[in-house]
Unconditional design. Structure first.
Length: 216
């Protein structure tokens, strides 16, 4: 949020516009517009010190030297999980029961173990939702876990495909457009034959009518 950060720096520091622009990665004229309050939208200031992006010592160094360029504070290296349950952000954990219910309803062939790995939950929770004994079952609404941000579409498709394979289920062929496709092909075939007869009739000098065009 560079513009919100720039707003805070303009309002709370003695940094030059050039220093603020360089730190926030925006043009110096944008900083000038913020300072003049001519920006299109008034932004809420964002404190980069509270956001752990800038230290007070670094800020003091920048205010003491107009030519100094502030350095973004690097946070601790994130440790990537390679084993164990999937980590889900706290804000999305309340959506897990809805995602679990959706999978149970739409893909009953997926095992509890697969759901637990995909969503990052326990078999106890899944079993409670299956048996409708979950403490909050009245408020659980099945929702696509991809839409909820609990997993990716690729992960969901892979899980469903593996479950179907293990259950010996053949992939369902989508035949919804079958009859429409045949009708469309028949119509195109009729029009092509009519066009050919019309061209042939013109060469022979015949009068074209609807009857001559579409006769079988």
């Amino acid at each position: 949020m560079p513009h919100a950060t720039a707003t805070w720096l303009v309002e709370n520091t003695a940094l030059t516009f050039a220093q603020i622009a360089a730190f926030c990665g925006i043009h110096i004229l944008e900083v000038q517009a913020i300072a003049d309050e001519t920006a299109a939208t008034k932004l809420t200031a964002r404190d980069p010190i509270r956001a752990m992006e800038l230290t007070q010592a670094e800020l003091d160094k920048g205010q003491a030297d107009p030519n100094y360029r502030l350095q973004l504070q690097k946070g601790p290296a994130q440790i990537r999980r390679t084993t164990g349950p999937r980590y889900t952000p706290l804000a999305k954990r309340q959506d897990k029961p809805d995602g679990i219910a959706w999978i149970i309803r739409n893909h009953p062939e997926v095992s509890d173990g697969q759901i637990g790995k995909l969503i990052g939950t326990t078999k106890h929770t899944i079993a409670a939702i299956r048996s409708r004994e979950h403490w909050n079952i009245a408020n659980i609404t099945p929702k696509d876990p991809v839409t909820l941000g609990l997993c990716s579409q690729r992960e969901l498709d892979a899980t469903v495909a593996l479950a179907a394979k293990r259950a010996g289920l053949a992939p369902v062929e989508d035949t919804r457009l079958g009859s429409d496709r045949e009708a469309m092909l028949e119509q195109l075939r009729t029009e092509r034959e009519a066009a050919a007869r019309a061209a042939d009739g013109i060469l022979r000098g015949e009068e074209l009518t609807a009857e001559t065009l579409f006769k079988s």
